[in-house]
Design a protein. Structure first.
Length: 585
């Protein structure tokens, strides 16, 4: 291109983007054709042309543009247009043109390429002319004729076959888990007539754990008989045992208590029995998720760990905050009203979350209206326990020439409306304005979000010479550092002079993960199986977690004293340690 052609091209590209944003499809199609005439090498341009032609009713032209974008691949604004999605759009073009055999071929290709939610095929009215075709029904994964609504066992078996198909299509490491997962689903299908619905749900969850996918899970609020009725208390796994760290109103007397048994059965046995149901990237994540599963009494009952699905007797050693040297043993019975969801917001519906999805609240946090143990103590809250509700915030610690940043969720804040990108600029400006030369990034309570949103923050930290040097950048990780938070920690560890503190991360530097839930056709149970392999670290990085250089696992003694050993270790860092940290990098 000559200089003047470059200017004309950029103006045309800008006008094309503006016309598409305004859905002025006829004008957009004309402009995108001009863009492509000058630069036909970008799949993004062809994809935009296909959308514009579809909007203007030119389905033959859209088909041609989609075909070219499929050949080139499409990447737009930190997001990919998946090949399966393009094949799906090609199928829509064909059916709108009355080319039904070609549409079925394209739909089959979309399914085989991993179209994320096959219900879009089944429910799209544009595809209605194909619904009576057996090939279409096979693509959808439906059974024709469908079982009668009352035929409960056949419905479950059909759902299990559908689940097996989805695992085969989605899992990036299917070759590693195909045999055990298939066997588990087959065994479950043979046993459905002898199992309750909740037992089948538990069996599905147990099978999902075989996928070695920390994001795989069931939304227990869906399906025929939800198993997500939970205790009005939350636990944490400390070296001293399982401890009540938060409680709903009326149960505050249990705060700080060590739970020793459910219905007389030692809690260690229950924890071991629940482990096979926990989907995870590494076993350290069990410390985060086993306590959450122990709250789900209907599930515990389904797998034979407690006596009833609606009540449980807990044996606890109560904590007397005024006389910590003594404790008493008591028995308390908690009745669960299955008509009321006692779990206010600890377990969040998948559909409300960004992608990749965060886990439920980390153990120091708690649902609205509950009380946590630190809040009930007389000692002042440590800095890191003060504000879990905010997605991200920082505070200047002048006596340490340090900025402490707590990053709790990787999604742009709704109020006051500061995006992570804007927050990143304010952070770097504060480092300079306060003449700070150390930065702490606390990711302990961060279950993830959208990895792409964290890139600006990582870039600004990497580019900040004041803190990106040995002994001046600290990242605190823990059992709940997961998904996009794991990617953030991995990027900082790979590209910056980072000292890791705390616990091992709850995921791997390279892991399988994504939130693309789908519903089983008959039960309505909502399931997630990842379809992406995140390789944020080097291909030969086989670590199962990011290990801390300074391990400071939380203990019950520290928690009861409102002490944060991880932040204390950072604040105790001295200039003499800087050079040593550089040698250990």
């Amino acid at each position: 291109m000559s200089t003047i052609n470059v200017l004309e091209f950029l103006h045309t590209l800008n006008r094309a983007e503006t016309a598409s944003a305004a859905k002025n499809w006829t004008e957009a199609a004309r402009l995108w054709e001009q863009v492509i005439a000058q630069n036909p090498l970008s799949g993004r341009h062809w994809d935009a042309l296909a959308q514009a032609r579809t909007g203007s009713g030119d389905h033959r032209g859209a088909l041609d543009a989609h075909t070219r974008s499929a050949e080139l691949g499409v990447w737009t604004d930190n997001d990919a247009v998946h090949p399966a999605e393009i094949a799906y759009q090609i199928a829509l073009c064909h059916v709108r043109l009355g080319e039904h055999p070609e549409a079925l071929t394209a739909l089959a290709r979309a399914k085989d390429l991993g179209l994320r939610d096959r219900s879009r095929i089944r429910d799209n009215e544009d595809l209605a002319p194909l619904r009576n075709d057996p090939a279409f029904q096979k693509i959808c994964g439906t059974v024709e004729p469908p079982p009668a609504p009352a035929d409960r066992d056949k419905n479950w078996c059909a759902d299990l076959r559908f689940l097996l198909e989805e695992a085969t299509r989605h899992s990036p490491i299917w070759h590693k888990c195909a045999e055990p997962f298939t066997t588990a689903i087959d065994n479950l299908a043979h046993a459905v007539s002898t199992l309750t619905d909740v037992q089948i749900v538990a069996g599905i969850q147990r099978a999902l754990a075989l996928l070695k996918d920390g994001h795989a899970r069931i939304d227990l609020t869906t399906g025929p008989e939800p198993g997500d009725r939970t205790l009005p208390i939350a636990f944490a796994d400390f070296p001293e045992g399982f401890v009540v760290t938060a409680a709903a109103p009326g149960h505050e007397h249990l705060l700080g208590a060590r739970v020793t048994a459910f219905d007389g059965r030692p809690i260690a046995e229950l924890a071991d029995a629940i482990e096979p149901l926990v989907c995870r990237d590494n076993d350290y994540f069990l410390k985060a998720d086993v306590p959450r599963w122990l709250r789900r009494i209907p599930i515990l009952h389904a797998i034979g760990l407690v006596d009833r699905p609606d009540a449980v007797t807990l044996t606890v050693e109560l904590f007397d905050k005024t006389t910590t040297s003594t404790s008493t043993t008591t028995t308390t019975t908690t009745d669960l009203d299955l008509d009321i969801d006692l779990d206010i917001d600890l377990d969040i519906d998948l559909k409300t979350l960004p992608s990749p999805s965060p886990r439920p609240h980390a153990w120091p946090s708690h649902p609205e209206g509950w009380t946590s143990l630190p809040e009930a103590l007389d000692a002042p809250l440590p800095l890191s326990y003060r504000d879990f509700k905010r997605f991200y915030w920082f505070e200047h610690l002048p006596e340490h020439r340090m900025i402490y940043l707590q990053f709790n969720s990787i999604q742009d804040a709704e109020a006051p409306g500061e995006s992570i990108a804007e927050f990143s600029e304010r952070l770097v400006a504060a480092i300079a304005a306060h003449d700070a030369d150390r930065l702490v990034v606390d990711l302990r309570w961060n279950g993830g979000g959208d990895t792409f949103l964290t890139e600006r923050l990582v870039q600004r930290i990497i580019g900040c010479d004041r803190v990106n040097r040995p002994g001046h950048l600290f990242v605190i990780t823990g059992r709940d550092t997961f998904s996009a938070a794991q990617n953030t920690a991995t990027l900082l560890g790979r590209h910056a002079d980072t000292v890791f503190v705390g616990e091992p991360s709850g995921s791997r530097p390279n892991f399988v993960g994504e939130t693309i839930p789908f519903r089983l056709p008959h039960s309505g149970l909502r399931v997630n199986i990842s379809d992406l392999a995140w390789q944020t670290s080097y291909p030969f990085d086989h670590r199962i977690w990011i290990p801390p250089l300074l391990p400071t696992p939380p203990t019950l003694a520290d928690y009861r004293a409102n002490r944060d050993p991880a932040l204390e270790a950072v604040l105790a860092w001295t200039d003499e340690m800087d050079a040593l940290a550089g040698k250990l990098r």
